[in-house]
Design a protein around this ligand. Sequence first.
Ligand code: CP
Ligand code: NVA
Length: 306
Amino acid sequence: MKRDFLHITDFTTEEIWETLELSKWIKAKLKKGEDYKPFAGKTMAMIFAKPSARTRVSFETGFFRLGGHALFLGPNDIGIGKRESVSDIANVLSRFNDMIMARLFEHNHILELAENASVPVVNGLTDFNHPCQIMADILTVYEHRGNLDDMKITYVGDGNNIVHSWLALAMRIPFHLTIACPEGYAPDEGMLKVAKEAGLSTIEISHEPMEAVKDADVIYTDVWASMGQKEEAEERRRRFEGFQINDDLMAATGKHTYFMHCLPAERGVEVTDSVCDADYSIMFDEAENRMHAQNAIMVKVMKESM
Ligand code: CP
Ligand code: NVA
């Protein structure tokens, strides 16, 4: 029996809260310089089919600080699904490593990897979702607000992998989620339907950013063209006109609102420098929390797989 973390919904509501508390506990321990080495003698293989700064550095640093050793396997190293089948890779890495983290294009590939691996698999982003990011995001909001009560999050931008994980979180924790996107750039219909049918959170799609941000506690954005879509970047810049997070949009919330971005940001495109660098921007706390949230996720799935 082993646990994977491929989707936010792989954890129950109780487990999400437990993971948030564990993240805070491990973070405090590491900040105090105390010894906490649950991964002593263990190794983790990290498969990257796409580029990364935060995911690579946070997983590698986090696994090391918890006593283990993480191996980076870049796009040209193993050629998952090309040089070798996903299931063969899963079987082989499971013979060497105690955990696998993967950032892949096709979501089906991470499902297949997890199905064939005998060790826990953690999703470091696919074309469909980015669950570790959203765990770090909600940890950041929790730390800044002190609670997650009566909270409105407005996501402005492309209905992409980040949004799919926000929708998944809305199935586990109740909040108001408004997604403001241009016509034709809404999140996956099936995911939206399932999240709405879960009936826990209020979920709205809007095409009017100025309206959508009213009363928002958090405004969140991401790049308009994700990895694998960069050739559409120019067309998207035209289609997303009016969806940039700037001082006017931040002011339109009518209250104190945090700004968040999973990063990397294309400054001057989906968000202005003035917003990124404002006092209300918590995007670097958010980036730091990738490591703390993931440490807790890894500790939990490892413990429950032994
Ligand atoms: N937010 C995030 O996943 O960043 P990287 O693509 O740099 O890993
Ligand atoms: N939506 C972005 C997220 C990057 C962390 C992408 O997939 O490129």
